[in-house]
Design a protein. Structure first.
Lengths: 113, 111
């Protein structure tokens, strides 16, 4: 069966520090991968999605970036965090194609102080 | 622009008191409408996918229905363990396969 791993579960970082969140998927190949952010009162916001290694689409201009160095690995990064980057970050995967549901990881609660 | 609006934002029910959650959507063409359940501090968990108007799906005390403009999640005789935030999302035809989510309805069921 397929599983998705996301870490860390919680993270407290000072403003201006770098960020690296990692997500890996097991039990499937060539998944579509997604990074979402969930802020209070704003719902789930799509940040990046990838349909293959090295293929990244950005949905929202920001100081975050994403990379997919391997088929089942998705990384969210920042060189310098802002206060506004605080939120609940969720990685998700799907089998690709229209009508395919997303499977979410357990999330990372990021607090930028 | 594709949009999803969920109402109410929050709903309190007594155990056994049935009700419905609403998801209104505006898309250029609907490929699929998805319902998820999210517990505090966790990732959303998939419940249903609906593809065309008139379609209905059921799981335990939950039943999802779809029209051309909205979807309803009916909760029959809810229990305290049904307390969660329920999210609705749509996938539009054409363009990318991404899902657009509503802000969710926070359901609390009191014993």
């Amino acid at each position: 069966s397929q599983t998705i791993h996301q870490w860390p579960a919680t993270l407290v970082q000072p403003v201006g520090s770098p960020l690296s969140l990692e997500c890996t998927v097991e039990g499937t190949s060539n998944p579509n991968l997604y990074w979402y952010r969930q802020a209070a009162g704003r719902g789930l916001q799509l940040l990046f999605y990838s349909v293959g290694i090295g293929q990244i689409s950005s949905e929202v201009p920001q100081n975050l970036s994403a990379s997919r160095p391997q088929d089942r690995q998705f990384i969210l990064s920042s060189k310098k965090l802002l206060l506004s980057d605080s939120g609940f970050y969720l990685c998700a995967w799907s089998g690709g194609g229209f009508g395919e549901k997303l499977f979410f990881g357990s999330g990372t609660q990021l607090s930028v102080l | 622009e594709d949009q999803v609006t969920q109402s109410p934002e929050a709903l309190r029910l007594q155990e056994g008191e049935s009700s419905s959650l609403n998801c209104s959507y505006t898309v250029s063409g609907l490929r699929g409408l998805f319902w998820y359940r999210q517990d505090p501090g966790k990732g959303p968990e998939f419940l249903f996918t609906l593809y065309s108007a008139g379609e209905e799906k059921e799981k335990e005390r939950l039943k999802a229905t779809l029209t051309k403009k909205e979807s309803f999640l009916h909760i029959t005789a809810p229990k305290p363990e049904d307390s969660a935030t329920y999210l609705c999302a749509v996938q539009a035809s054409g363009g990318s396969e991404k899902l657009v989510f509503g802000k969710g309805t926070k359901l609390t069921v009191n014993p």
